[in-house]
Design a protein around this ligand. Sequence first.
Ligand code: CP
Length: 313
Amino acid sequence: MSDIQSDARGRLRHLLTLEGVDRQTLTTLLDRADAFRVAPGEPVRHQQFLAGRTVVNLFFEPSTRTRASFELAARRLGADVLNLDIEASSAVKGESLEDTLYTLQAMNADVFVVRHKDAGVPALLARHAAAHVHVLNAGEAHVSHPTQGLLDALTIRRHKPDLASISVAIVGDIKHSRVARSAVQALATLGTRDIRLAGPKTLLPKKGEIQGALFTDADEALAGADVIMMLRIQKERMQKAAVPSAAAYFKRYGLDTRRLKRAKADAIVMHPGPMNRGIEIATEVADGPQSVIREQVANGVAVRMAVLQGFYA
Ligand code: CP
């Protein structure tokens, strides 16, 4: 575990990465998140675990799911929430990240949720944070997206409780994916052994960089899989991967109903969002009976509540 991530008693003080977080800590977070889940259509119950606390969302990159779910999670736990508009903040005048942190800390901010394109930013803030302040990584370059890894693990565990026996296929731009890294870290710690990483050769990590077997053939990777996680592909990455068009990418790596049949009949289909329908996933699969994509979103709120509550448990 990152040395600044835990306190003297080994409890999470910040959540910067899932790398090195032990199985018991992950299991406790997932169990707690399970208890925070709310069935569709049910009223949410507001709680007071974070009453008197202030959570600041610092999103230097766009987000729909992560930002909205952190805000809802914090409010449902009784916190005040500040969504700093970065484009209208003094960051555009050159104010440093540290000075932004110090300024908001002076206003009694207690938790900073940060997304940034540069690796190391969440750790930088954690190093400069006051002793009572918690930093949560909400997406860091290609490196880490720990609450996404947790929500993915929770979603998988709810459908496939025996994590040691399942086969998980992750398909797309693995090399640049913080989602893949965090999901694999969580699953590997929780006991999953058969992890398959599939994509064009130029979009695969180096062997051993991320735990899992590498495949350039998506059909091969999907054979007998219990879980399929599709990743978003960016158009400029397709060119670098020598894939001439969206149609060509879809043909080789996209998940349609024909390719889905390669997996087990009860396989679940995941996607972290945002989705490129018709490029990495067909609409009939994204909205089909095996899709748990919207459940992932719902679990995102529960997982973020669990992490936030854990800081004050
Ligand atoms: N999965 C995810 O991080 O989505 P957002 O970019 O919308 O937050």
